[in-house]
Design a protein around this ligand. Structure first.
Ligand SMILES: [Zn+2]
Ligand SMILES: [Zn+2]
Length: 338
C-alpha cells in the first residue's frame, strides 16, 4: 500500500497536469438551482488562474462574496443580460423564473473588474465600452491595455486593464510560478451586439431614438479557453448554429467541453443538439442561459424545454447549478461535483 502511494506521489510530481482538475462554479440567482436569468460562471485552473465569464444579472456587485479572487473577466457581448445592466438584490431574491434585481448603472462587468483589479478579456470595442464604465467607477482614471511579455500576461495584474485582443485574438493569463498559462481565444458567435439603452449617455440615447437605431459594439463573440490540464472549453456565448463550430472549435481547437447558452432568440433550443452532436462534439456539455427555471429542488424539471434538448445530446450533460463546483479533467470529463 505504502509503495503504491509513494509511486503515485512521484508520478504526480513528475507530471503536474496529471490528476489535476479545472473547477467550474456557476454563480446564479438561486443557490442549488439553474434559474432563468443564470449566466455567470467561475473557472479555476489548477495553476490558480481564476476567470469570471459574463457577470450578467447574477452578482450583487463587485463585492459579491461568492466571487473570491478574479484575475480576468470575460464578456461575450454587451447585451444587458450579459454585461449586467441589472444586479442581483441578494442570492435567492425573487423567483427562479424572475430573480429580484435592481439597476447597475455602470454594469456588473465593470463593477467586478474595478473591485477585483481584473483583466478585461473581450474584443477591443467591447473593452472600450466597459472601460468607460470602469473609469466612471474609479473617478475618471483611465484604464490601459494589460501588460504583456512575450504574449503572456502575468496575473494578478497590478490594476484593472483591457486585453488588446479582437475576434480570433488570444490572451494568455499565467500565474508567476506556473510553467504555462491559460489560453483564451475569442471566437465567432452568430448573434448581434447592441448596447442596452440604460447604459448609454442620455445624448446618445436621444440620437439613436430619433432614427430608430441601435448601437453595436462590433461582433458578438464566444471563447475557447485552453486550461493547463488539457481541458479545452468552448464558451458558446449567445449564438445560433454556425460552421465555425466544426471548422474552428472542433477541428482546430479540439474543444472537449462546451458551455452552451440555450435560448430562443439565438436559436440554440432548436439547433443546439445538432451543433453539439455533429459540429463541436465535446465529451461534456454544461447547460446555461436557459431563460426558464430549469430545476426545482435542484432537480431537472422533466417538462422544461431544456430537458428536451438534453434528451437529444450525445455528450454527457451537466446543468450549471448555482454554487455547485464541478471538477473537469483534461479530457472534458466531470470527475467530481456533478
Ligand atoms: Zn445576446
Ligand atoms: Zn443572452
Amino acid at each position: 500500500m505504502k509503495t503504491c502511494c509513494a509511486a503515485l506521489a512521484l508520478a504526480l510530481a513528475a507530471f503536474p497536469a496529471f490528476g489535476q482538475t479545472v473547477k467550474i462554479t456557476p454563480v446564479g440567482s438561486h443557490p442549488g438551482e439553474l434559474c432563468a436569468n443564470d449566466r455567470a460562471i467561475i473557472f479555476e485552473d489548477p495553476t490558480g488562474v481564476r476567470l469570471l465569464y459574463d457577470p450578467a444579472h447574477n452578482v450583487t456587485g463587485g463585492d459579491d462574496p461568492r466571487l473570491g479572487t478574479i484575475h480576468a473577466v470575460l464578456l461575450s457581448h454587451v447585451h444587458g443580460d450579459h454585461i449586467g445592466n441589472l444586479k442581483l438584490k441578494a442570492p435567492g431574491a425573487g423567483t427562479c423564473a424572475n430573480s429580484g434585481r435592481e439597476p447597475a448603472p455602470n454594469s456588473t462587468t465593470a463593477e467586478v473588474a474595478a473591485a477585483k483589479n481584473a483583466a478585461l478579456v473581450m474584443t477591443r470595442a467591447i473593452g472600450r465600452f466597459v472601460g468607460t464604465k470602469v473609469q466612471a467607477i474609479r473617478g475618471g482614471k483611465p484604464i490601459g491595455f494589460c501588460p504583456q511579455k512575450e504574449s503572456v500576461t502575468t496575473v494578478p495584474v497590478e490594476t484593472v486593464c483591457t486585453s488588446q485582443t479582437d475576434l480570433g485574438g488570444v490572451f494568455i493569463a499565467k500565474t508567476p510560478e506556473a510553467a504555462r498559462g491559460v489560453e483564451i481565444t475569442i471566437v465567432y458567435a452568430s448573434h448581434v451586439n447592441d448596447a442596452p439603452p440604460a447604459l448609454l449617455s442620455q445624448a446618445q440615447r436621444e440620437l439613436l431614438q430619433a432614427d430608430g437605431a441601435i448601437l453595436e459594439f462590433g461582433p458578438a463573440t464566444g471563447f475557447v479557453v485552453k486550461f493547463t490540464n488539457g481541458l479545452t472549453a468552448y464558451l458558446s456565448g449567445d449564438t445560433g448554429i454556425h460552421t465555425e463550430m466544426k471548422t474552428v472549435v472542433n477541428e482546430y481547437h479540439k474543444a472537449n467541453l462546451a458551455v452552451l447558452n440555450l435560448g430562443v432568440n439565438a436559436g440554440a433550443y432548436f439547433s443546439g443538439a445538432h451543433a453539439m452532436n455533429e459540429l463541436v462534439r465535446p465529451a461534456s456539455v454544461i447547460i446555461t442561459h436557459a431563460n426558464e427555471p430549469v430545476t426545482e429542488g435542484g432537480k431537472l424539471r422533466p417538462l422544461s424545454r431544456t430537458a428536451k434538448v438534453i434528451d437529444q445530446l450525445k455528450a454527457t450533460p451537466h446543468l450549471a447549478i448555482s454554487g455547485r463546483t464541478m471538477e473537469f479533467d483534461g479530457k472534458g470529463k466531470c470527475v467530481a461535483g456533478c
